[in-house]
Design a binder for this molecule. Sequence first.
Ligand SMILES: *Cc1c(COP(=O)(O)O)cnc(C)c1O
Length: 368
Amino acid sequence: MNQVFVTRSSMPELEEYMDEIRGMWDSHWLTNMGPKHEKLQAELCKYLGVQYIELMANGHMALEMTLQAMNLQGEVITTPFTFASTTHAIVRNGLKPVFCDIDPFTYTMDTEKLECLITDRTCAIMPVHVYGNICKVEEIERLAHKYELKVIYDAAHTFGETYKGKGLGTFGDASCFSFHATKVFHTIEGGAVCFQEKRLGEKLYELKNFGIHGPEEVSAVGANAKLNEFCAAMGLCNLKHIEEEIAKRRIIVEHYRSRLQGVDGIQLNIVQPEVKSNYSYFPVVFEEKLFGATRAEVFDKLAEHGIGARKYFYPLTNTFAAFHGQFDVMETPIALHISKRVLTLPLYADLPMEEVDRICDVVLSCKY
Ligand SMILES: *Cc1c(COP(=O)(O)O)cnc(C)c1O
């Protein structure tokens, strides 16, 4: 029985990576904004179609540093249907998360429920482009403008995507990407902030390097969030293959869709108009009454066959033990409903088509 994991990192040929890092044995420049870092930054600006970008050690620090750089106080409206990182970045900045419910089809912030959560304590909105589904960026922009709020997107799932022909990093005041090994584009560990104001970049640059402003001046309490040269080199290699990576994922997603579309009790991910997708995840929501099996039953059956699916995102961040009793999950009933029923199925560029068929066979065998 083949073991299939939910994801598998794409890697360049070893030789290609060796060629990229070879010069480092002459320069001995391994971190602190070296030539690989600068080159990757320039290439990403072009690829993502953004004006400004600042690389970070990971996606989480991108979120955390951005909030700190904006010098915010009070409440940040976000969603609980996300990775721990989004909520933690808010809390670790001494800010209070306020949870908005999600749309049942895009799984992103339900903007119909957003305005009534805005108070005079609100300083920012941090929506998440879940599974690469794009938030209602126009409506979020309208409300942010009306109430003078900052908008920071968690864009960890949207590398390389465009909406109406514009790169996802161009929306809001800032968009934070993750280049973690499990993402569509990766630098082993890494991340970046794309932003609109040059001044924010200067702050981010200092904050990711302990807040050091000059040789004898430390002007902020920063952290260490620099992307090292080995990681940047991996990014330079992977960026050369990104179109092929996305094309391979697309074929797998289309095959999954052809097998699972129209099955009672299965909700597949929405296809959004005017979005160029990166095919980052394949989420399936099981409505047990129609499908005849619960998410847990499908998960266990897949595991029996050596197939690793992921309950992603589950549990909701507003139910984490870390926040014991601080939030009321009943304020986000749609997020709760989806998080109890969703599974992301295995998806990576080199997943064999026979395995996709086997996974679909197992899923469909759970149907009564
Ligand atoms: C991966 C991810 C992050 C965190 O990124 P890291 O690079 O792992 O720190 C944040 N938010 C979401 C939605 C993610 O999927």
